[in-house]
Design a protein around this ligand. Sequence first.
Ligand code: TNX
Length: 537
Amino acid sequence: MRNIFTICIITLVLSCKNNPQIHESSIIPKPIKTEFTNSDFKINKNTTIIYNDSDIDFKKVANYLHEEIKKNQNFNLKIDVSEKISKKNSILLIKDTTQNLSTEEYLIIVTRKNIQIFSSTAHGSFYGIQTLLQLTKITNQNNQFTYSNIIPGVKIYDYPRFKWRGMHLDVCRHFYDKEFVKKYIDVLAMHKMNTFHWHLTEDQGWRIEIKKYPKLTEIGSIRKETMVGKNWNEFDGIPHGGFYTQDDIKEVVQYAADRYITIVPEIEMPGHSLAALASYPEFGCTGEPYEVEKTWGVFNDVYCAGNDKTFEFLQDVLTEVIALFPGKYIHIGGDECPKEAWEKCPKCQKRIKAEGLKDEAELQSYFIRRIEKLLIANNKKLIGWDEILEGGLAPSAAVMSWRGAESGIQAAKMKHDVVMAPNKQCYFDHYQGDPAKEPLAIGGFTDLAEVYSYDPVPVELNDQESKYIMGAQANIWTEYITTPEHIEYMALPRLCALAEVVWSQKEQKDFEDFKTRLKIHVVRLKAKNYNYRTLDF
Ligand code: TNX
């Protein structure tokens, strides 16, 4: 009898401990502070979402939560406005200006009575909602997903470590339609990422409508065929194309903004520009007919840096791009620009002499500085791949360090803003397991542990210099990725690990604990119909 009594007590204690543990251990990225209580909240059809109407953006966030609860728990909750913060049976989005909370910071208190989300901005409230959505338990029975209506009693306090939490997508090597881009944005938002780097132009395809230059999409968005696998001499004979109209772009920009994601568009120059040259050959050094590229790699034909018409063209293109993207940054590429064509081009050589430049590396720097002036005049900031350091960095450019950390370190020491995206840890086009057992990839090896262990702040930087590290991002190049399912497989769960790298505090990181949470977290991904790799956890 006594034994049974003891077992009952132990079971009770364990279950009380375990339940909250299960919930605590599933939030990704891990919040700063989480304290579970036994005061659970139950959503029912009379629960009201309440926001403070002094800020219109809170209304949008309230609507977002309403839609999510409708999709997940099938409750069509009422939305109301109130100043009171203690209403019963409600989810309160409270604008709190008394606690000095930063833009993305939030505090959630869940009790039997109500759920309070405190933040100083709607942006912070949105992250509170993302955490709230992750507090819901989901059960999977034969791929039928049921969302619990019980939200565990908890107090969570949270804010991010970095301000640039990015994911990139190359829609040029293979085109992905706007519906998929929105699904991709959704999974970024779920992980509190705030930047989407949209790689829109390349040798193999130009993907954004430019009204003044219609041939960019009429000609530049279609390649005749594509090389097969890694065989540079074999082609599939199938045309590949696709582009976004300016209306599509506006729709996606708004969709992202509603999820507190800023889109950084990338218009590549001076290299990786064959699709543009195929459309308007006069902007190349030789003016010869060019073709939208059918293979992968780095190509010698680039924009002519000696021709003022090239800059007029790029100015026109960027003017339309600037009007579409409200964010501060415009990415101008700048990577992998061979100098062969410039060496042979009389116009480029003339420019080198006239501007007193030392060589073609300085001509590249001249090119980027000229573009930077144009962006600054339009209140935008230039960001480029780390090759923009060659020949001298443009005065206020930000650097995206991809070939390793070195360029990031160099730029930070020069007091330039930096986004870390070193290929070893942040290239999600790399293999994540034994190549023999994985779908064909470009190469490399970047598994979940490698991503998780990454620290964007290099040890070489002192505290002052470290402030220039805005954060990190992962890149998904799509030479060998041809379907949405495959993109998701490459992104997930590595994106979950990256989210924790850029959001959670360094001291909190624990790979074993992360993997335990990930096992629960992936049910949420599955319920939202994302594909992911299961082998690493
Ligand atoms: C390098 S990263 C590139 C891309 C390729 C990628 C493949 C960068 C700035 N340039 O053009 O797609 O490697 O991993």
